[in-house]
Ligand binder design. Structure first.
Ligand code: SIN
Ligand code: FE2
Length: 217
């Protein structure tokens, strides 16, 4: 390996794919932690099970969600918000373990955002056919911090657009262990996930799980 392949960071340059100014795909970045990550997700969902939330417009989302960390993203008829309490249980969300927090901090640093301190982790579960329409992540109080998105399980087509909904979105195939970070000039980029194709993943079966780490407050 030559020095410029690593250029002082932990991930070889070959595994870092710039998507746009401020947006970086880190191929396989979460792979080394896969076993511990899946165990952490099991423990979280035992306490705060996946549920399909209702949008303010009254539609049930195809993606099932839960959260860990001090704040969780929720939607219901009254709108989108971050809440310290799981509305299903009335209890605080499960803790964000150091493993999860450090993975997010390290990925952010690799992508050029040192000092990321996430206080929210939204966990999305996609089954075949589930999708997420193009949207911006803009419920966070301070958009100075990036979003760190970890993909596990079945591959997905990630849509990454521009700052306007009508900007043409690039399509990127994300596989188990890939991490995408977007911040700075890309922080409010529209993004989404195409309907999940059927398949079988060795560790997760016919599911994709995505974690997005955010600084909500
Ligand atoms: C999200 O935008 O919250 C999810 C993105 C993904 O599932 O890759
Ligand atoms: Fe998002």
């Amino acid at each position: 390996m030559t020095a410029d392949l690593f250029d002082g960071l932990d991930t070889p340059a070959s595994a870092r794919e710039p998507l746009a100014p401020g947006a970086m795909l880190l191929r396989g970045f979460a792979r080394p932690d896969e076993v511990e990550l899946l165990a952490a997700i099991e423990a979280i969902t035992a306490q705060a099970p996946f549920r399909r939330m209702i949008t303010p417009g009254g539609h049930q989302m195809s993606v099932a969600m839960t959260n860990c960390g001090p704040f969780g993203w929720v939607t219901d008829r009254s709108g989108y918000r971050y809440d310290a309490v799981d509305p299903e249980s009335g209890q605080p969300w499960p803790a964000m373990s150091p493993l999860l927090r450090e993975l997010a901090e390290n990925a952010a640093r690799e992508a050029g955002f040192p000092g990321f301190a996430p206080d929210a982790c939204l966990i999305n579960r996609y089954e075949p056919g589930a999708k997420m329409s193009l949207h911006q992540d803009r419920d966070e109080r301070d958009v100075g911090a990036p979003i760190v998105s970890v993909s596990l399980g079945l591959p997905a087509t990630f849509l990454f657009g521009g700052l306007k909904r009508t900007d043409k979105a690039q399509r990127h195939r994300l596989v188990h262990g890939d991490v995408v970070v977007w911040g700075g000039p890309a922080r409010l980029a529209f993004h989404g996930v195409a309907p999940l194709a059927d398949g079988e993943h060795a560790l997760l079966g016919s599911r994709r799980i995505n974690l997005t780490f955010r600084r909500a407050r």
